[in-house]
Ligand binder design. Structure first.
Ligand SMILES: C[S@@+](CC[C@H](N)C(=O)[O-])C[C@H]1O[C@@H](n2cnc3c(N)ncnc32)[C@H](O)[C@@H]1O
Length: 237
């Protein structure tokens, strides 16, 4: 099926290394830890609705989506997720996920075979193709898991123009979570009017949490940094 090298992360979960981007799908901190603490926990501290629309950029091995389904059991979850690597999606039913994923084996199989899953609580739609094209069709999103490969190797998913499209689809009370702390990325979000925060948890490297609303997280103090730098440059298309 797919022969990308397997890497064991610190929390015991497996991830892969993508040979084309030359990066791993998760940091060495752990696929599960990263997904929960960088994305799911902060996002659901902000969004308290009963039904939540999530944009998962991009699906990859699906840890962000699958762990959302496993941990947010009292919510209706609608996930929209682009992924350009069709062979990876097809191979997911063979992937060695943590044993906690056993209860959603039927969801993983459906995603892998039909790129779609739906029951009364969960709906997941995978778009095979370019995320930049897909996001133009979306609206009314509450949470964006911004989990692309790094800006160094996957610039088109971190530019001012990209985040400008994200701003259009995101609800005013919505939130973007990402592992990236790169100044050009924060600069794009800042110039688009997002408030920037960092993760409040001690057990992980901090990333960025962005929202058009004020949030109760530690500030990223980006305006202080801007004054020190005398301005900043965003990544551009
Ligand atoms: C860091 S991985 C995502 C990890 C994922 N969240 C997980 O839990 O496994 C980035 C993914 O983005 C996909 N990708 C890169 N550029 C893309 C694009 N322009 N459109 C759609 N998918 C893209 C890659 O194929 C890869 O699967």
């Amino acid at each position: 099926m797919i022969d990308y090298p397997k890497i064991k992360t610190k929390d015991g979960s497996l991830t892969l290394k993508n040979p084309h981007f030359n990066e791993c799908y998760h940091s060495s901190e752990g696929a599960v830890v990263e997904s929960l603490y960088k994305h799911i926990y902060p996002a659901f501290e902000v969004v308290k609705k009963d039904e939540v629309n999530i944009l998962d950029i991009c699906f990859g091995l699906g840890f962000n989506t699958f762990l959302t389904v496993l941990t947010q059991k009292d919510k209706k979850i609608n996930v929209f997720s682009p992924e350009m690597d069709e062979n990876l999606i097809k191979s997911l039913k063979e992937f060695d996920y943590p044993k906690e994923f056993q209860s959603i084996k039927h969801i993983i199989k459906s995603i892998s075979e039909k790129y779609y899953y739906e029951d009364e609580r969960v709906k997941i739609e995978i778009f095979i193709g370019d995320a930049r094209e897909y996001i133009k069709k979306l609206k009314n999103i509450d949470i964006v898991y911004q989990d692309a490969f790094s800006p160094k190797v996957n610039k088109s998913l971190w530019t001012y123009e990209y985040f400008s499209d994200i701003k259009k689809l995101l609800n005013k009370e919505g939130v973007i979570t990402t592992y990236s702390v790169a100044t050009p990325v924060r600069c794009a979000l800042y110039k688009l009017g997002f408030n920037l925060y960092t993760h409040p948890y001690e057990n992980i490297r901090k990333g960025t949490i962005a929202s058009l609303s004020k949030l109760n997280f530690p500030s990223a103090d980006f305006d202080v940094k801007l004054k020190r730098l005398g301005g900043c440059e965003c990544l551009r298309d």
